[in-house]
Design a protein around this ligand. Structure first.
Ligand SMILES: Cc1cc2nc3c(=O)[nH]c(=O)nc-3n(C[C@H](O)[C@H](O)[C@H](O)COP(=O)(O)OP(=O)(O)OC[C@H]3O[C@@H](n4cnc5c(N)ncnc54)[C@H](O)[C@@H]3O)c2cc1C
Length: 464
């Protein structure tokens, strides 16, 4: 994947790099054989937060980050920029770890989101941070019950940030007529590519060595651990693999993760009256193929739709960086959900979203070497949780025995997904059923039993 391919599409990356003079020259590749204490492969949020965490714990550590393209050119520079916690995945946390650990992990995810806000404010980072919360709305009758049991279970539990809103309050916030909503005032929106680029800068200032345009071609385990790249080699005491969707190339990950895609459009700037949306609220609906919308600081509307596309085998991550293939569907949903705000798109892109079988991220040792650690599986909620992942990956790489190295998220999901070609073919059939069901629900039509049963096979869901 080359940066030009992504930059020309993602509004965020385009905008971030436009304001960063000399980024192409600074993106120097590794061209020697050298040593380091810890090599991190992948310069997105996970890799960069991990580098910073390692340096925070021990500034004398020699940490190297390698990125195949430029830092922030993966999901970290192409996402919707909602800074969130893991509370929406509470049911999955309970099913996987039990209630006590589920509560602990959800609370930690809120804590790291606050740490990110504090870091942005302390360093005065110009990342368009607007902390006005996240509103999850119901736009049709099929969505009315999406949050039901979660709210009942967690009402009054310390740290649970959500509250239910009726139709009038939710519609006023959402900027359109909706049936009901659930509001988390602790969430924020930001310009994600700028955050990734600032993290790169902070990591450089902390003494991390960063090599861009440097794809890992192999991890060599004979006679010591090293990361091979086309023009150089890094020998390391430990390796952190933070390549997100690209981690599907590891068999151990492939069993538990599927690559889907989100299509996003961004309009031209428009005039806004005094609206909560304009001030920086993040909104999404509760459909299985999630629709989400927010504004940018220069008054554009971003509208995206998740769950479109299924990746083929190990090529999923690469193939999914493209034009927004389902732009027509995204614009149709924008028109129907936000009829007063709908505009033609100026930017549009598709990017891969890696879903784990339990919709939770995992941070595990590679089955072929105990000093190589892989983190992936954020399932569309990684802007905040990647900082939690960084604490876990840092402890694993340092070989310390603490609350992070023994964290519940240090195991792969139990559910194993079918191998190719069954996964891709089955995934296509399920995707078609989901799109049909989504259209039926958007126009309050009932969906046929066969389509419904196929759609139920979908292992991905946002609110779990
Ligand atoms: C369209 C979309 C919308 C999303 N919206 C949100 C949201 O609003 N809120 C939220 O919390 N999450 C969201 N997510 C998820 C979130 O963006 C990710 O979970 C998060 O960015 C993952 O960060 P990462 O560093 O693990 O991965 P990435 O940012 O993907 O970084 C991986 C890096 O690895 C590099 N790489 C790949 N292969 C190699 C190799 N062989 N050698 C060296 N480097 C390599 C890539 O170039 C890339 O820079 C969204 C994702 C997408 C795609």
């Amino acid at each position: 994947m080359d940066a030009a391919r992504v930059t020309k599409r993602s509004f965020w990356l385009h905008e971030a790099l436009e304001h960063e003079e000399g980024w192409e020259v600074a993106a120097r590749p590794l061209e020697i054989e050298g040593n380091c204490d810890i090599a991190i492969v992948g310069g997105g949020f996970t890799g960069l937060w991990t580098a910073l965490e390692l340096k925070r714990r021990d500034s004398s550590l020699d940490v190297v980050v390698l990125d195949a393209s430029v830092c922030g050119s993966g999901a970290s520079g192409t996402n919707a920029g909602y800074l969130m916690n893991l509370w929406p995945k509470y049911n999955s946390l309970v099913a996987t770890f039990g209630t006590d650990d589920a509560l602990a992990v959800a609370r930690q995810s809120s804590a790291v989101a606050s740490e990110i806000v504090a870091l942005i404010e302390d360093h005065n980072l110009d990342v368009g941070l607007r902390a006005h919360g996240w509103l999850s709305v119901s736009t049709n009758s099929a969505q009315d019950s999406a949050w039901g049991s979660l709210l009942e279970q967690l009402e009054g539990v310390p740290g649970f940030p959500f509250r239910a809103l009726g139709a009038a309050d939710a519609s006023q916030l959402a900027g359109t007529d909706v049936r009901a909503g659930v509001f988390d005032p602790t969430c924020a929106v930001l310009q994600p590519a700028r955050l990734a680029r600032y993290l790169r800068q902070l990591a450089l200032q902390a003494g991390v060595r960063i090599f861009e345009n440097t794809p890992m071609t192999r991890i060599s385990t004979r006679g010591g651990l090293s990361v091979d790249t086309p023009r150089g080699v890094v020998n390391a005491g430990a390796v952190v693999v933070a390549i997100n969707a690209w981690a599907i190339r590891f068999r151990q990950v492939r069993r538990h993760m599927v690559i889907t895609a989100s299509d996003t459009v961004v309009t031209r700037p428009m005039a806004w009256s005094d609206s909560p949306l304009a001030s920086g609220l993040g909104v999404s609906d509760q459909g299985r193929l999630l629709n989400y919308w927010r504004t940018t600081t220069d008054g554009r509307l971003l509208f995206g739709k998740g769950g479109l596309g299924v990746g083929w085998a190990t090529r999923g991550a690469h193939d999914m960086f493209s034009d927004a293939i389902n732009e027509g569907l995204v614009l149709a949903r924008m028109r129907s959900i936000l009829p007063r705000l709908s505009q033609p798109a100026e930017f549009r892109w598709r990017a891969p979203v890696e879903y784990s079988a339990n919709s939770l991220p995992f941070f595990v040792a590679w089955e072929r070497h105990p000093r190589v650690f892989i983190g992936a599986g954020y399932s569309g909620d990684g802007v905040g949780p990647s900082k939690l992942g960084a604490k876990i990956l840092a402890s694993l790489a340092l070989g310390v025995d603490d609350q992070w190295s023994t964290h519940p998220l240090t195991s792969t999901p139990k559910l194993t997904l079918p191998p190719e070609p069954f996964r891709f073919l089955g995934g296509q059939a399920v995707l078609r059923a989901l799109i049909r069901q989504d259209s039926d629900q958007a126009s309050d039509r009932s969906t046929g039993a066969f389509t419904k049963s196929l759609a139920r096979l979908d292992p991905t869901a946002w609110i779990e």
